[in-house]
Design a protein around this ligand. Structure first.
Ligand SMILES: C[S@@+](CC[C@H](N)C(=O)[O-])C[C@H]1O[C@@H](n2cnc3c(N)ncnc32)[C@H](O)[C@@H]1O
Length: 283
């Protein structure tokens, strides 16, 4: 039984870093003007009310998107992401809504692109159907997203961005995401894969990094944003993404943007990482 509900966490620091990386990646894919698929293995419900009881109970968005709302100077790489949030909140005095990954992607795709969404929770699945059910370029499946991903590869477009964003409710998720990526990369080596992970235990992050390095997949960039110091047993102090075949500009963009995010969202013990954990493949 799935108990995780993203509505409690929407717009928190982890969503900000994940969605910023996603928007920058999709922006790059769009710039090539060739059709691609966006695959979201753990889609969530697509849209969240920050004024709703779930978000108000934790108020995690206060340290996340709220801290970037109505700030003056915004780095160029954050503009598209923040413009999309503004589009959802036209009355800019207050943040009412925050998007999920499928909503952000839907705004950025061209009519020739397509979305493939997986979501197991019945309520979130229904919410996705309400949001995107009429869109003929979008398929929504109530199916395990990791298995579903493998069934889609290679995509007919031969171009795809995949977001893997599990809730890690099951400890086995940590190993399953890596073995799925290894299989996915064998079927379709040129796609971009973004794997999100929480920083709850530093040892677990090291294990994931080592396991990914052992797969032999080249060109993996690790981006991590921790608003507080690591602290085993104190919950999630940060989060990160492993980006396989990242857009060539992404590392530079993140090195520029992360200090700006730190100033607004982190305490004095916060830290960030942008590092290549496996080398780029030479042509
Ligand atoms: C972290 S949330 C996703 C948030 C979303 N990607 C976003 O950025 O807005 C994880 C979602 O995965 C769903 N889920 C859990 N296990 C799943 C599985 N095996 N396959 C597909 N979805 C799953 C949960 O119900 C939850 O809605």
């Amino acid at each position: 039984m799935l108990s995780y509900r993203h509505a409690f966490h929407a717009g928190n620091h982890a969503d900000v870093i994940k969605h910023l990386v996603l928007v920058l990646t999709l922006d790059y894919y769009q710039s090539k003007n060739k059709p691609f698929w966006y695959i979201d293995t753990h889609a969530g419900s697509g849209l969240y009310k920050l004024t709703g009881s779930e978000a108000q109970k934790t108020r995690e968005f206060a340290q996340g998107i709220q801290a970037l709302w109505q700030v003056g100077q915004i780095p160029a790489s954050v503009q598209t992401y923040l413009n999309l949030i503004r589009q959802l909140n036209p009355q800019q005095d207050q943040l009412h809504r925050y998007p999920g990954s499928p909503w952000l992607a839907a705004q950025m795709l061209h009519p020739t692109d397509a979305m493939r969404l997986f979501e197991l929770h019945p309520m979130d699945f229904r919410a996705l159907e309400t949001l995107f059910g009429d869109n003929k370029h979008t398929q929504i499946r109530k199916q395990d997203g990791l298995q579903g991903l493998l069934g889609l590869l290679p995509p007919i477009t031969r171009r795809a961005v995949t977001l893997i964003d599990p809730s890690y409710e099951l400890k086995s998720d940590y190993t399953e995401v890596i073995s799925t990526l290894a299989k996915a990369h064998k079927r379709f080596a040129t796609g971009t894969y973004l794997l999100w992970y929480p920083v709850i235990s530093r040892q677990r992050v090291r294990q994931m990094t080592n396991e990914l390095q052992k797969t032999g997949i080249p060109d993996i960039l690790q981006i991590e944003f921790c608003p507080s110091a690591d602290s085993d047993g104190m919950g999630m102090t940060g989060s990160g993404l492993f980006a396989i075949n990242p857009p060539w500009l992404l590392a530079k963009q993140m090195r520029e943007v992360l200090p700006w995010l730190m100033e607004r969202m982190a305490d004095a013990s916060g830290h960030f990482t942008v590092q290549q954990i496996t080398p780029e493949k030479r042509a």
